[in-house]
Design a protein around this ligand. Structure first.
Ligand code: NAP
Length: 280
């Protein structure tokens, strides 16, 4: 199977692509919009089946660009978007979702996430998500930037229908391994790794360079393959360059050896103690 075709299961059993395209920082400049749209279209043409966006990105303009990219091919793509915490009251979620649907030019969002925890009680947000699900406007809901204690609060607030938790995770940001991975696995909630390339700040590490050279790959590809070694973690790098996009897709076919992983473990060790999640 092509690496790009790898899927994982949401808690309800639906298969979702492991690889997707991020869109943060898209929609912030008119001059860059055409290139951003072209990059998303090129990704879909290459077989990418998931796009991650948010009402926050470009204050809605990223969703509009995604809308143009998926126009005429909506059924090929699993669309993820996110609601701002300040909009996450029961009625606010409904209104924000309606605005996002309009910008995306679609009748449903496949996975709708609370972008990070805010001041609205989680039970209200969950009720808002459940209303939207019943109305067919979203197919699944989840959270983002939720650490262990947040997940526990979510379960107490009736949030056991949560389908995913999107978090910062890459080889230099491994706090999730100190508790969140275990908790989410126990509940069969997949994680989505955001900023898997540390926003393009690829570490200048001799270990990374050596492993990359041995696989005729780039350090960025090793970083993506390292995240995707977890079969239950989605990876959503963002790229507006065709060369990077091609590289990132190909990274899904890169399999790191036990020895590669051991070397990475030494160079980029996970924290030894329970460590709070970072957020970008
Ligand atoms: N839930 C949250 O709070 C949250 C937070 C952050 C991000 N996210 C989501 O996760 C997505 C990915 O994270 P991100 O955008 O923060 O960072 P990222 O994917 O780690 O890095 C994106 C940056 O890396 C560059 N890049 C892409 N491929 C590369 C490659 N093969 N080699 C070298 N550089 C490369 C891109 O430049 P080019 O454009 O020039 O290719 C871009 O500057 C976001 O776009 C967003 O959808 C969610």
């Amino acid at each position: 199977m092509r690496g790009l075709d790898r899927t994982l299961k949401l808690p309800g059993g639906e298969a979702v692509a492991q690889f997707g395209l991020g869109t943060w920082r898209m929609g912030e400049s008119k001059a860059r919009a055409a290139g951003e749209l072209a990059a998303l279209r090129a990704g879909l043409d290459a077989g990418v089946k998931l796009i991650d966006t948010a009402e926050m990105y470009g204050e809605g303009v990223a969703e509009e660009i995604v809308g143009h990219a998926i126009a005429g091919r909506r059924d090929e793509v699993f669309v993820v978007s996110k609601v701002y915490p300040h909009n996450a009251s029961r009625s606010g979620v409904a209104q924000a979702c309606a605005r996002s649907l309009k910008r995306l030019g679609t009748d449903r969002i496949d996975l709708y996430l609370l972008h990070w925890r805010g001041n609205h009680p989680l039970a209200e947000t969950v009720a808002g998500f459940q209303d939207l699900k019943k109305a067919g406007k979203i197919r699944h809901w989840g959270v983002s930037n939720f650490d262990v204690a947040d997940m526990e609060d979510l379960f107490e607030a009736g949030g056991d229908g949560c389908a995913a938790n999107q978090i910062l995770y890459n080889l230099g940001r491994r706090a999730a391994e100190t508790g969140l991975f275990a908790l989410c696995r126990e509940h069969r909630i997949p994680l989505m790794a955001y900023s898997p390339l540390e926003q393009g700040r690829i570490p200048k590490s001799p270990v990374l360079a050596k492993i990359a050279a041995a696989h005729k790959a780039t350090p960025a590809q090793v970083m993506l393959a390292w995240v995707a070694r977890h079969k239950d973690v989605m990876v959503i790098p963002k790229s507006t360059s065709t060369a990077h996009l091609t590289e990132n897709i190909a990274a899904m076919d890169l399999v790191l050896s036990v020895d590669d992983l051991a070397q990475i473990e030494t160079a980029f060790p996970a924290p030894k103690r329970e460590t709070p999640l970072d957020m970008l």
